[in-house]
Design a protein around this ligand. Structure first.
Ligand SMILES: Nc1ncnc2c1ncn2[C@@H]1O[C@H](COP(=O)(O)OP(=O)(O)OP(=O)(O)O)[C@@H](O)[C@H]1O
Ligand SMILES: [Mg+2]
Length: 488
């Protein structure tokens, strides 16, 4: 009774204050729809990147402004969407929900859950397309980010806030390496975001299951735009992931984001651009493809201490054809990033896994963040390895070698065995130190391959209580003790 009375009073007040006036709003009309885009006429004040609401409940993003009409990419499409439907400007730009509620979740690039759980309880929303932090807000990369991989952490180290490209032919282990790096962030207070762009459903399911089984999903958000998703969603996916990471970075946290992969992303962007009749350039990509990826990757950085010191490390993946790193999209990305891990198909087929070719891989800034103790040991090992790779070429001619050379080649072959690593078996930085010291002390030189893994396990066990702060002397004693253990 009381509720009715108050509702009546409210209605009376609304009527009492109602003012007649002229309200002007624009109404557009869908001219044509297809392939994930819509052409719309009659919205002269539309602006780029504005969201359009369509009569049937679909939504689209303004992407191309022409004289008489606008081109929009569809974000949501209902079955009723056809030419002739009305379209309205929303005045809004695209944003996505952010916050810790996204950890452990699988979402689409608009933030809708794909894991049959209720929508996440977001802490807030952030606009998807924002500028990267200005130079004065950034700090140098100065903290290491460990991948758990023997080759990377010792020879091509990464730092927090770095952008490191994973490049290689298809099926050379790019995704596996990225996943291992995510798995290695367990209990390291690094949040992870894994963006899957245009992948088959089986690959998507595999990735999510691998993360779940290794206990990595709880600190990871997976963003999926499958192969069958609309091109607009594939185009947006990395930006959504970046936005979610950025929220954590500005909150002073460390984030690792994987873009798997940007070749597919570039193709989705090319598809959209061609459909919207933008002039094609090299390999039919639009002229702003470099700007697209630069804009995305520039948002990964290490923030200055007075801004919380958060960081966003990016691992973009790009696929090459026939090992051709000089083609358009790979060269663009190589020039935007701070280095690359190059995965080689030949090494892969010869069973050297992970197939990282250290001669073509580089990390331009990670070395500054590497622990001096590791750097010292790794420097010596790297020299040995590079010399071995050169010497090895001679052995192909079947020429007879001096005894000292033969010894170096044997040592190199042992090192190659040491550098091989299974999937899903990242190792801690202390274990890295243990094998490095043991190698530099020559403790593996006289072993055969069969004895190697047992010896390695003993050495790691014996040094397991040490930290990197301990002296070289202590490390040496510990690994020597391990090497002379019962089974050695
Ligand atoms: N270190 C490793 N040890 C053993 N097997 C590995 C290793 N790394 C990758 N593989 C295997 O190699 C295959 C290809 O790996 P992955 O899918 O990661 O490659 P990719 O480069 O991401 O491929 P795509 O181009 O199809 O995305 C997988 O079957 C994976 O199990
Ligand atoms: Mg892959």
């Amino acid at each position: 009774m009381q509720a009715e009375a108050s509702q009546l009073a409210a209605q009376e007040e609304w009527v009492g204050h109602y003012a007649f006036g002229l309200r002007i709003s624009e109404q557009g009309t869908v001219i044509s729809v297809g392939d994930g885009i819509a052409w719309i006429s009659g919205l002269p004040s539309a602006s780029m990147d504005e969201i359009l609401e369509l009569e049937d409940g679909s939504s689209a993003l303004v992407f191309h402004l022409a004289a008489e009409r606008i081109g929009a990419i569809l974000l949501k499409q209902t079955e009723q969407l056809t030419a002739g439907n009305a379209a309205h400007l929303s005045g809004l730009r695209l944003s996505i929900g952010v916050g810790d509620a996204l950890l452990g979740r699988v979402i689409d690039p608009l933030g809708n859950p794909l894991d049959d759980l209720p929508p996440p309880d977001f802490s807030g929303r952030r606009q998807i397309d924002v500028l990267s932090p200005p130079i004065m807000d950034r700090d140098f990369v100065n903290k290491p980010l460990y991948s758990g991989n023997r080759i990377i952490d010792t020879l091509i180290p990464m730092g927090k806030g770095q952008r490191q490209l994973l490049i290689g032919d298809n099926g050379t282990g790019k995704s596996s390496l990225a996943l291992d790096t995510v798995i290695n962030q367990k209990e390291k207070d690094v949040r992870c975001v894994y963006v899957l762009i245009g992948q088959k459903r089986s690959a998507v399911v595999n990735t999510i299951e691998t993360l779940r089984e290794s206990g990595a999903l709880e600190y990871t958000t997976v963003i999926v735009a499958e192969a069958t998703a609309m091109p607009g969603l594939k185009y947006l996916a990395p930006f959504s992931g970046c936005t979610i990471s950025e929220y954590w970075m500005w909150a002073g946290k460390d984030v690792l984001i994987v873009y798997d992969d940007l070749t597919t992303h570039a193709r989705a962007y090319r598809e959209l651009s061609l459909l919207l009749r933008r002039p094609p350039g090299r390999e039919a990509y639009p002229g702003d493809i470099f700007y697209l990826h630069a804009r995305l990757l520039e948002r990964s950085t290490c923030l200055a201490a007075h801004l919380g010191g958060g960081s966003m490390t990016a691992l973009p993946i790009v696929e090459t054809e026939q090992g051709e790193i000089a083609s358009y999209i790979p060269t663009n990305l190589i020039s935007i990033t701070d280095g690359q891990f190059y995965l080689d198909a030949q090494l892969f087929s010869r069973g050297f896994l992970p197939a990282i070719d250290i001669r073509k891989s580089v990390s331009r800034i990670g070395g500054k963040a590497q622990h001096p103790a590791i750097k010292n040991e790794a420097g010596r090992m790297k020299l040995d390895y590079l010399q071995f790779l050169e010497l090895e070429v001679f052995t192909r001619f079947g020429s007879r070698l001096e005894a000292s050379m033969e010894a170096r080649i044997r040592r190199g072959q042992m090192l190659r065995e040491l550098l091989k690593q299974e999937r899903l078996a990242p190792i801690s930085i202390e274990k890295q130190m243990a094998w490095l010291v043991a190698y530099n002390e020559g403790l593996f030189d006289t072993l055969d391959r069969a004895a190697l893994s047992r010896q390695l396990a003993q050495i790691e066990e014996s040094a397991s209580s040490l930290t990197l702060a301990e002296s070289r002397e202590q490390w040496r004693n510990a690994v020597r003790k391990g090497a002379s253990g019962p089974a050695a």
